[in-house]
Ligand binder design. Structure first.
Ligand SMILES: Cc1cc2nc3c(=O)[nH]c(=O)nc-3n(C[C@H](O)[C@H](O)[C@H](O)COP(=O)(O)OP(=O)(O)OC[C@H]3O[C@@H](n4cnc5c(N)ncnc54)[C@H](O)[C@@H]3O)c2cc1C
Length: 442
């Protein structure tokens, strides 16, 4: 009797397994067929794609196109850095090595060319790249993808001009030296119970202030922002959860404050607040795009890249591809709004979704097919904000102006972020587990 009852149960389980396997197989076949269908297999010579910037968006487009095109990656620094994890190494410098990938070795693995240099301008169908030396190099392209990102604040910016700083962040050694120096300084300030300020209460400023407080509890931390509250684009429930965390951990917040650039005016401001002048100020505000090398007519007043619905760079109006001929695309956090799509958050997920879409459009264009317009990606509104290493909020937003809702709070969010970090860095290294994990997502 026992056997008689066991049989249908185990065959049901087997059936479920087969169904799951079949589903996986269909999904893999669908992706592979889609890629093959658009691959220019009939041409002997592969078309040339130059990708400018090897952050989330740039590396993703390289991974998508590396087999069917002759791809060259250009980046101003020598390593990929998992920026969403970069708030922690300043309190724990050893962590930094887990967040970086060396471009030379990963490009060798992907069998694509790599040039260490900063894009200077686009001329004809060539990119002029300023190499580390005073030399310039010209790289010809059939398609070019601009993925040069933006600057979120002084600690996280590694721009082409980083080489002129006392410590050269473009080298991994320079970046690590800088992080250690910052860590030593913070340790010394914490020993004295000094006052430090974080300016900008967006998610980056909040994450950084809460990390500092956790690892250096004796620091007096102020968080100041021009907005009316912390993380103003988040829904109310998330904002009040974050504010409660800040209050509970004695991080003093000042809102609707226009922080002055001049020291004297800043000193007056702190006196008005009845606080000593901070001995260190971290600015995490005013995002600035890294695309000044593009023709001015392709940029908005604030320097963001003007877009067409198909993610090409627009020249003035969205329909006008002008001098750049429709062969130049832009993706990631350097872009302005995509016409017809709700504003996208400047996050890594939409950046990689744009990369996948541009890869498909380049394949279509190479086959003489019509390109498709971009859309709001389903998971673009998911974002996780950490509050120190033990707490956080995970949000679901339909779009950034809709408010959205808190899906998860507490330590579980930290685990989600850790899984994302581990798998993403592994994928960027071309590891099997990371690629498997993200294969069906983008
Ligand atoms: C502290 C912090 C925490 C964050 N946390 C999160 C998070 O939790 N979740 C999330 O989704 N997002 C987070 N973000 C945002 C996320 O990091 C960005 O949205 C993402 O990095 C954008 O990817 P990207 O490829 O467009 O640009 P980037 O990652 O900035 O890459 C741009 C690349 O272009 C290179 N470059 C720049 N100029 C040139 C040039 N002229 N020539 C050649 N190369 C050039 C740069 O060296 C860089 O490698 C965070 C950002 C910060 C600063």
């Amino acid at each position: 009797m026992a056997n008689g009852r066991g049989h249908p149960e185990s065959s049901r389980k087997r059936c479920r397994c087969y169904r799951l396997l079949l589903l996986g197989l269909v999904a893999t076949l669908a992706t592979a067929t889609e890629r093959l269908a658009y691959a220019p297999l009939w041409t002997k010579e592969k078309k040339k794609v130059v990708v400018l910037g090897g952050g989330f968006a740039g590396l993703a487009v390289v991974r998508h196109l590396r087999r069917n095109f002759e791809v060259t990656l250009v980046d101003a620094k020598k390593y990929f850095e998992f920026i969403p994890g970069m708030v922690r190494p300043y309190s724990n410098p050893d962590l930094h090595r887990k967040l970086v990938v060396d471009y030379a070795s990963v490009c060798k693995k992907m069998k694509v060319s790599w040039i260490w240099g900063a894009a200077e301008k686009l001329q004809g169908n060539e990119v002029v790249v300023q190499l580390n030396s005073s030399d310039q190099h010209r790289v010809a392209y059939d398609y070019c993808v601009v993925a040069t990102g933006c600057d979120f604040g002084s600690l996280w910016a590694v721009s082409p001009t980083s080489g002129t700083r006392p410590i050269d962040r473009r080298y991994l050694e320079g970046r690590q030296k800088e992080i250690e120096k910052e860590y030593d300084q913070l340790t010394e300030l914490a020993d004295r119970g000094a006052h430090v300020a974080v300016i900008g209460a967006g998610f980056v400023g909040v994450e950084f202030a809460t990390e500092l407080k956790h690892y250096f509890p004796s620091l007096q931390i102020s968080l100041a922002s021009r907005s009316e509250c912390c993380c103003p684009t988040m829904p109310k429930s998330a904002r009040s959860y974050i504010q409660k965390y800040l209050d509970k951990h004695n991080i003093t917040t000042y809102y609707q404050v226009e922080y002055p650039n001049e020291d004297a005016a800043a000193n007056t401001l702190w006196t008005r607040f009845g606080r000593p002048c901070p001995e260190r100020v971290f600015k995490s505000m005013g995002m600035r795009p890294h695309c000044s090398f593009l023709p001015p007519e392709c940029l908005t007043e604030k320097g963001w890249v003007k877009m067409t619905p198909t993610l090409q760079i627009a020249n003035g109006s969205e329909a006008d591809l002008g001098a750049i001929d429709g062969k130049v695309f832009a993706i990631g956090s350097c872009i302005d709004q995509v016409p017809g799509v709700d504003p996208l958050p400047k996050n890594s997920f939409p950046a990689e979704e744009m990369a996948a879409h541009v890869a498909r459009n380049i394949r279509r264009s190479a086959r003489g097919k019509k390109m498709k317009p971009f859309y709001w990606p389903l998971l673009a509104g998911v974002s996780a904000t950490s509050l120190g290493p033990k707490d956080g909020v995970l949000l679901l937003q339909r779009n950034i102006s809709s408010g959205g809702m808190v899906a998860l709070r507490g330590r579980a969010v930290v685990w989600v972020k850790e899984i994302i970090r581990w798998t993403k860095v592994d994928e960027c290294k071309l590891g099997i587990l990371g690629r498997l994990f993200w294969h069906f997502v983008h």
